[in-house]
Design a protein around this ligand. Structure first.
Ligand code: PAF
Length: 304
């Protein structure tokens, strides 16, 4: 695997692949890679002949009180992991390469509507930062396909919308969430959790499954949300949201809407902010209930 840090070097590699008629895939990351990221590389490989990964901690998507400065930078370790997982090229630019006029004077890409609720309300400017850097990466790499994790569900919707609106000829693939044994969605931020918090953080997944069951049992969504909030807050989480939304728009579901829904949770445990989601399956496999040791679907939410 080669590593490049400039747009010129990147373009040279990609031009050579293009001359050979190869299909190019991109996996954008902010580094500090874990099994979740490596699964994106594997998925990208299934859709492309050559895989480019970018590692860039993007300053424009962090708010003033967020963890940009202390975000873990582990480039050498990331490089080894990417090479071991079959990545062909690592693009690891400096801030000046991505923002040649400085971050305050950069062109900004703003994706309306789907950027607005939830994370958009809580982290003003975050999705403009994501959309801006992803657009720059798309222009530099010009991939045929790009892979993003479904854990950042709203981010995936923003990028899908960006590609459709700008008519970019890029296939966007959403990759399944990779989880720890207790159900906690893998994230670079999990390393901030204490051992005790890491164990307790598995409750988010349990609550999401409970939300799915309750929606499928016909419980009113306001009640599902109220119960979920109560369970998480009662177990020491400081909640940003635990909601059920329309899966394509993130708007509140229409009265009686029972499919095309997603449950989303954002909560802080200690100092660590965790997000997770579950696209609600109207007919979840029966096995899941046995796995979870719940006697009946109706019992499952109140058992938590
Ligand atoms: O999901 C991430 O790691 C980042 O938001 C992304 C897509 C790499 C843009 O900086």
């Amino acid at each position: 695997m080669d590593t490049v840090t400039t747009a010129t070097e990147l373009r040279t590699h990609i031009a050579a692949w293009r001359r050979d008629g190869l299909r190019v895939g991109l996996v954008p990351t902010m580094g500090n890679l874990h099994e979740g990221h490596f699964s994106l590389i594997g998925r990208c490989r299934a859709h492309a002949d050559r895989v480019v990964a970018s590692v860039f901690v993007n300053p424009t998507q962090f708010g003033p009180n967020e963890d940009f400065a202390r975000y873990p930078r582990t480039l050498e370790q990331d490089r080894l992991g990417l090479a071991a997982h079959g990545c062909d090229l690592l693009f690891a630019p400096k801030v000046e390469e991505m923002y040649p006029f400085g971050i305050d004077k950069s062109v900004r890409v703003d994706v309306p509507v789907v950027s607005v609720p939830l994370e958009g309300e809580l982290r003003p400017g975050h999705f403009a930062g994501v959309a801006t850097v992803v657009t720059k990466l798309f222009h530099l790499v010009q991939p045929d396909v790009a892979v993003f994790g479904r854990k950042d569900y709203q981010q995936l919707l923003v990028i899908e919308r960006l590609v459709l609106d700008l008519r970019l000829p890029i296939e966007i693939v959403g990759a399944p969430i990779v989880r720890e044994a207790n159900g906690l969605a893998m994230s670079s931020r999990n390393q901030y959790l204490s051992v005790d918090e890491r164990g307790r953080a598995g409750l988010i997944r349990e609550v999401l499954l409970g939300m799915q069951d309750a929606v499928n049992d016909g419980m009113p969504i306001a009640e599902v949300e109220r119960l979920s909030r109560g369970i998480l807050e009662g177990n020491g989480f400081a909640l940003d949201y635990a909601v059920v939304r329309s899966a394509h728009t993130l708007l509140e579901p229409a009265a009686g809407q029972c499919d095309g829904l997603v449950a989303l949770v954002a909560a802080r445990l200690g100092k660590t902010r965790l997000i997770d989601n579950l696209e609600i399956d109207p007919n979840p496999p029966v096995l899941r209930m046995f796995e979870r040791n719940h006697a009946t679907r109706a019992d499952s939410f109140s058992n938590l």
